[in-house]
Structure formats: structure tokens, C-alpha cells
Ligand binder design. Structure first.
Ligand code: 9PG
Length: 759
């Protein structure tokens, strides 16, 4: 039987045509070009038995918004129902698979493949396909679509990918979501838009024709009793939609189904980790608190967050070590007394083999098939096991930990780290639940105890965390050095790895949670980073739109380095969009379109990811700007103005791993603002208005904290600058540099007289 859903009644953008026959599906574009061919859905049982929708017995039913393919069950085989939904005129499809146990015995379900496309998207050869990596959790390497790497092995668990069996030599696994690019310039996003029960993984592997693409929802062997039904998570397909709109669509649907919690403002603060590491002491925190407080006018930060290093052992969170002699209440009182809100790190689902908790309760941890505790990671000179969040005693213990931290100690910000441990596959008290279900039970309980406190997920699997955390670390640890020498496949601590993942996860910002790109470090001492690399990270953090946590010893920070911090405060809250070309899987550009009632302009970053000096060019065409129209370009880090110019512009050389940060304004043919050094985003944060009345250029500024810098204005020939109300304005070739000390609000007026011609 053949049936097809055509799309007559859909809006004009509709291009999909779905044909079903014999339990398989073809998806064609409007011109009849095949996009996906002979697709099926498959259930795999834990004993290896597989059932596919493909077969003569399958029936297709047409529904108002899609189709259902039914493959009947029997005493021996379960029944399948494959839903293909939302053929809604926007080049999107939603797929999910249900399995019903029609047999008299329980069956163990390993996974539900919501899509098996044996020749892949447009039959592109695996060798020609580009594949994006989202990362399983915070620290996993994430990249834009890059050529498929045929890995000889899977990086070792648990940090990178603990959920799955080892990758076969020729299979690439992408957790949660991927974007495929074909050589012909076409794209397909495949992503699971729900993750309450099962982990979603997309596997890509070479095939004789094209590539095989399988989207699986992992049930991890849970038992399905006779008469019961199990449903996969929902897979979204977005065909041929340009970045970033496909990612926007995915983020929107994931946020909706998972009930994301939008946090009302961007979180800022100080964190102890990236200077003190585990050596942090009470005295270090108090000393930093003092400096922060003295500098508050320049660095208005909200939280002071103590990281790893206070606890007796990993797992024994309520027992402090000797470096915190006065206790936690003393510390949080001191933090509050200075007007900051206290934050605390803990790894709630981890217990060290040396912890008191594990010694007393060895039955509280997740175990493998041989009843051995699963090592969630080796760190801190110890094996660390994963608490079983389905165990009632563990739940009670976790409640006690969080109640103490929140109610007795008074913490307002909880950085819950290494929480992937709660999602590991293994044997639990509840023998019939997946890692994702156990993980969410653990997070739900923390959420309940934390109430409206800020909860930052770290080392956290992405999709199942949506709706339960307020902030999310979106990359590996930053570090006071550039590159990852430890070869952890882009997942180890290094500035380069942090940069790459931050750029790859911009689409999450403010949709799923508040992104945490990881801490800003600006120090010169105790760091191998060059100044260019420090400027680069400051730029990436600023353009990420996400959280700004600084992590230096503030009491020893060089003044010229400390001056970098106010440049990213307050954060904008909106993420710039990454743009290619890519070098080493990192986009070389970031773009922020600033739209204000008085003007639209561009803030763009151009990165040099090479290991040597490089000369850079600004090409308006590549940034979506009209060709041939005169514009002004102001470069933030060098303070150089160019313009008015048209066409391509050489902007000089940049050191290795350095950046040029551009404000690009169209030329208005009269005096105008062309840049600002008060804030890194060149006016997007601090400029509240700009007016021109024929003689006077008025710029309204509004921004919390003290910002010292310059406004850059340009006056074409024929306008004589008459003054700016007392300030010493530097003037050359029509460019005016107006020194400004902005505290909260200011209005700058620049007077001009018409008539004179510049010599
Ligand atoms: C505290 C740190 C900081 C940091 C977190 C996290 O694989 N590992 O061994 C590994 C160790 C530390 C780590 C990540 C991975 O860093 O991201 O901000 O809180 O823990 O120990």
C-alpha cells in the first residue's frame, strides 16, 4: 500500500513530500528530489533481536498533520507505531516510535530508532559530509559541521561519552542533535527535542550509497511487560534551513517540551577555582572579598562563589576541611555583609572511595553488571563513584545536603558539578529505569530543595537538564594556557577548547538556560596566556552574552589587566552568532546585529586561530552588508578608525590566537557616533540613544557601574567641531575621541558648526 501526505494546504514555503510504502518512508523536496530514502524505524531488544517497520504487513494511516505507520504485533513480536508528524509547511518533521509488547512475556528494550535512513541525507558520501557535534555534556567537545572523522576508538569514559558502548571503528556518534552539511550546500538538522526518559544519539556511518544515519533513543534495557507501551523521545528534522534559524527552531522546541526556566538577568560574580584550585582557604575568599568590594564601582558583580576545596572529601559535603576553620555560616555572613550573594560548588552525585559517605553506604552507588561500583572518574587521587539517585536513602541524604547548604549555610547559588555521574548507565535500586530518568529524579530533588536559588549545571548532560537548571556550563574548563596538551579530543582544560565549545553553543543562550562560557581570567602573573589570548577570551565571553564569573586573585591582579573586567560588565544577555570559515573546528567570526530605535549596526569579531601572525580583512559582503555603501569601522582593541570606506578593508595583522573586534556603522554623511570603548560591545550595552539636530550630536549613556573610556565620533568635511562641554577631545581627520567617565548615566553633547571645509 502506498500513500502520501501532500502539502497542498500549506504555506508557500512548504517543500516536503512524504511517501510511505511497505513500512518505509521517502522524503522528497518540492522538485521531487529525494532527501531521505527507504527510511524505517527499528526497535532493538537487549538480546539483540530487532524489529523494523519495514515489511508487507505494515499499514500507513494518514492523519491531519502527518502519518502513522503501524506494524502489527503478535504472540512473538511486539507491535510498532511510527509517527511522522508536523509536516507543517516549515520544512520540519517530527518522528517518534512506540513499541507495544503484544507477547505474553516481558521484553527488555535496548533502544528505539526513531529514524534509520540507510543511505542518509541526499545520499551524500560519508567522506563528503560535514557533521556538527553538540557534545553529550558540558565538557564534551562541540563543533560546527566539520568533515566526518572516522575515529579509530572512542575516547575513554566517562568525561566524554559514558553512556554508550564503544564506537565501532567507522561510526560517529553525536548525542542529542546534529547538523549535516552536504557538498551541494544543503543542510539537515536532526535533534531530539525531549529527553525526560531516554538519551538520544545520532549515529553516522559510511554506506555503499551515501551514509547511514540512525537516530536512537536509548531505553537501556528496561523491561516492557505484556500489554505495555514504550515511546521514544521525539526527533525533529529541519531541512535546508540556514543557520542559525534551524538551531533556533530546535532550541525553541527543546525549551518548550522540557519547560526551560528562563533566568531573569545575566549572572555575574567571582569564582575561586581558576586561581586557587583545591588550595583555596577561608582567608583567600575573605581577601578577595575585600578587593572586590573596594572595586565594586568598576566591577559590579552579584555573587562570590567558593569552588572545590572546602570539603573533607568528595561526597562529604557537610564536613569542612581545616582550611575553613570558622565554618560556612561565618563565610556567607561575611560575603553578604559586603553586599554579595554567596555561591557554593559541590559534586552532589559523586562520592570518593575515601569518603565517609561511601565507607558507610557502599550500597548507595551505581554498580555494573558484576556488581562493582562504576568509576565515574578518577580525579583528586581517587576513584569516584556515582550516587544512585533512585535509592530512597540517597534521596534523603541529598535533601539533607541541600537543605543544610541553602537553609543553614545560606548559599544562594549552587554550582552542581560532575552531575553526568547521576546519568551513567548501570544497576540501580530502581531496576527499571534509565540513566536519564535517574538523573532527572536527582535534579528534581535538588531543584525542590534549592527553590528559587540559582542552580548552575556543570559536567551536565545537555538535553535532560533543560527545565531543571538556571545556568549551564557549555564547554570544557578554561585554563591559564592556550592548547590542550593532554589530547582529550577537545574536552580537556584549555582556553582553546573553552573557546571552541562556547562558539558552538551560542544557540542555547537564554533559550535553554543562561550559558556559562566558564570563567574570565585576565591575570598576567601565573598564566601562560599571551595578552592577545586574554583579549580573545574577554571578547568571546563578552560576545557569548552569557554569565561572567571572574576567577583571579583580585588582591594581586595587575591594574592594566583588571581594567579588562569592566569591559564585559554588564553582560548583554544575547549571544553573537558564530560564522565561518572554520579553522580547527572553530568559527573565525562572531556577529552581533545591534538594532536600536535610532540605528542598526554591526558588532563583529574576527579571530586568528592560527599559531602565527595573520593579516585580516573585513569584507562587508561576507557579513551581509550592502555592497558599495560607505561605512565606518572602529576596531576596539587597537582603537583604530577606518572610514568612510566602501568594499573590502585590510585591518592589519593580528597575533596568534588574537582577535579584532569591529563596530561597523553606515556612514550618515553628518556627525555621528562610530564607536565606544566604554564597553566591549561598542555601544550595544551603554548607548541609550543618539540624536542629531543639525548642530548637536547628543549621545545618551546608561550603564551600571563606572566605565572609563572614549566615545568615537566622526564628522565629515564641512562640519567644524565646536566643543563638547569642557572635555579635552582629541581630533584628527574628522575623528573625535571624547573621553568619558560614565557612572550609571551620562549625556554627551558634541557641538558642530556647518560651513568650514577641512584642510
Ligand atoms: C573543580 C572543577 C571546577 C571546574 C569544573 C570541574 O576530567 N576531570 O578530571 C575534570 C576535572 C575537573 C573539572 C572537569 C573535569 O572541572 O568544570 O569549573 O569546578 O571541576 O574540581
Amino acid at each position: 500500500m502506498t500513500s502520501s501526505t501532500s502539502l497542498e494546504n500549506r504555506p508557500a514555503r512548504t517543500q516536503l513530500h512524504v511517501q510511505a510504502s511497505g513500512g518505509t518512508l521517502n522524503v522528497l523536496d518540492a522538485a521531487g528530489q529525494p532527501l531521505l530514502t527507504a527510511c524505517r524505524a527499528v526497535v532493538t531488544q537487549s538480546d539483540g533481536t530487532r524489529h523494523s517497520t519495514e515489511g508487507a504487513a505494515s499499514q500507513t494511516e494518514t492523519m491531519p498533520d502527518g502519518i502513522v505507520i503501524r506494524s502489527p504485533g503478535s504472540e512473538l513480536l511486539p507491535a510498532l507505531r511510527w509517527h511522522v508528524d508536523g509536516v507543517d509547511g516549515d520544512n520540519t518533521l517530527r518522528l517518534w516510535l512506540e513499541v507495544e509488547n503484544t507477547t505474553p512475556r516481558p521484553i527488555a528494550i535496548e533502544r528505539l530508532d526513531a529514524l534509520v535512513a540507510p543511505t542518509g541525507y541526499r545520499q551524500a558520501l560519508a567522506g563528503e559530509l560535514e557533521v556538527a557535534q553538540t557534545g553529550w555534556q558540558s565538557w564534551s567537545a562541540a563543533t560546527p559541521p566539520v568533515p566526518l572523522e572516522v575515529e579509530a576508538h572512542t575516547p575513554p569514559p566517562p568525561v566524554i561519552f559514558p553512556m554508550l558502548p564503544p564506537t565501532e571503528a567507522d561510526r560517529t556518534l553525536v548525542p542529542w542533535m546534529t547538523v549535516l552539511h552536504t557538498p551541494g550546500g544543503h543542510s539537515l538538522l536532526l535533534g531530539f527535542t525531549s529527553a525526560r526518559d531516554q538519551g538520544g544519539v545520532i549515529a553516522i556511518q559510511p554506506a555503499l550509497a551515501g551514509h547511514r544515519c540512525t537516530a536512537s533513543s536509548y531505553a537501556e534495557g528496561i523491561a516492557l511487560h505484556s500489554g505495555e507501551t514504550l515511546r521514544s523521545e521525539t526527533l525533529l528534522l529541519v531541512f535546508d534551513r540556514d543557520d542559525p534559524s534551524a538551531l533556533d527552531e530546535y532550541a525553541r522546541e527543546l525549551a518548550t517540551t522540557m519547560e526551560a526556566r528562563p533566568w531573569p538577568h545575566v549572572t555575574t560574580g567571582w569564582c575561586s577555582w581558576y586561581y586557587f584550585f583545591t588550595a583555596v582557604s577561608e582567608e583567600d575568599v575573605l581577601r578577595n572579598l575585600e578587593t572586590l568590594s573596594a572595586e565594586r564601582h568598576r566591577m559590579p558583580l552579584e555573587y562570590v562563589q567558593l569552588d572545590d576545596g572546602y570539603q573533607a572529601h568528595i561526597g562529604d559535603w557537610l564536613t569542612l576541611n581545616e582550611k575553613f576553620p570558622s565554618g560556612m555560616r561565618f563565610l556567607t555572613d561575611a560575603i553578604r555583609a559586603q553586599g554579595y550573594r554567596p555561591g557554593l560548588w559541590l559534586a552532589p552525585f559523586l562520592v570518593s572511595e575515601h569518603s565517609e559517605v561511601y565507607r558507610q553506604h557502599p550500597d548507595w552507588v551505581i554498580r555494573d553488571a558484576h556488581d562493582q561500583p562504576i568509576n565515574a572518574l578518577h580525579n583528586w587521587d581517587s576513584y569516584n563513584y556515582a550516587l544512585d539517585t533512585t535509592h530512597p536513602e540517597v534521596q534523603q541524604w541529598l535533601r539533607r545536603v541541600f537543605r543544610t547548604i541553602v537553609d543553614d549555610w545560606g548559599y544562594d547559588y549552587l554550582k552542581i558539578d560532575f552531575i553526568y555521574a547521576g546519568a551513567l548507565r548501570g544497576r540501580r535500586y530502581d531496576t527499571n529505569c534509565t540513566g536519564v530518568q535517574a538523573y532527572r529524579r536527582g535534579l528534581e530533588l535538588i531543584r525542590e530543595e534549592a527553590g528559587d536559588k540559582f542552580v548552575l549545571g556543570c559536567g551536565a548532560p545537555f538535553a535532560p537538564s533543560v527545565g531543571l537548571v538556571d545556568g549551564m556550563r557549555i564547554g570544557p574548563d578554561t585554563a591559564p594556557f592556550w592548547s590542550d596538551e593532554r589530547g582529550q579530543h577537545g574536552s580537556g582544560p584549555s582556553l582553546h577548547n573553552a573557546v571552541r565549545s562556547t562558539l558552538a553553543h551560542g544557540w542555547m543562550q537564554n533559550r535553554l538556560w543562561m550559558n556559562d562560557p566558564d570563567c574570565l581570567m585576565v591575570r598576567e602573573r601565573d598564566s601562560q596566556l599571551t595578552f592577545a589570548e586574554t583579549q580573545c577570551w574577554t571578547t568571546v565571553v563578552g560576545l557569548s552574552g552569557g554569565m561572567v564569573l571572574v576567577s583571579d586573585d583580585m588582591s594581586r591582579l595587575e591594574p592594566e589587566r583588571a581594567a579588562l573586567i569592566p569591559l564585559v560588565l554588564p553582560p548583554l544577555g544575547e549571544a553573537a552568532v558564530p560564522l565561518g570559515p572554520h579553522i580547527d573546528a572553530a568559527p573565525t567570526r562572531m556577529k552581533l546585529d545591534v538594532e536600536r530605535p535610532w540605528e542598526r549596526w554591526l558588532v563583529g569579531a574576527l579571530f586568528n586561530w592560527t599559531d602565527g601572525e595573520k593579516s585580516l580583512t573585513f569584507d562587508p559582503a561576507a557579513w551581509g552588508r550592502p555592497l558599495g555603501e560607505p561605512y565606518h569601522l572602529f576596531e576596539f582593541w587597537t582603537g583604530r578608525h577606518y572610514g568612510p570606506v566602501t568594499g573590502r578593508l585590510e585591518i592589519g595583522t593580528v597575533p596568534a590566537h588574537g582577535v579584532r573586534l569591529l563596530a561597523v556603522h553606515e556612514d550618515k554623511g553628518r556627525p555621528q557616533l562610530v564607536g565606544s570603548t566604554l564597553h566591549l560591545l561598542g555601544g550595544a550595552v551603554e548607548v541609550a540613544g543618539e540624536t542629531w539636530d543639525g548642530n548637536t550630536l547628543t549621545v545618551a549613556l546608561s550603564c551600571p557601574g563606572e566605565h572609563v573610556g572614549e566615545l568615537i565620533a566622526y564628522a565629515p568635511a564641512g562640519y567644524d567641531f565646536m566643543g563638547a562641554g569642557g572635555d579635552e577631545v582629541e581630533q584628527a581627520d574628522g575623528v573625535l575621541k571624547v573621553p568619558v567617565r560614565l557612572v550609571d548615566n551620562a549625556t554627551i553633547t558634541l557641538q558642530f558648526a556647518q560651513g568650514g571645509a577641512r584642510a
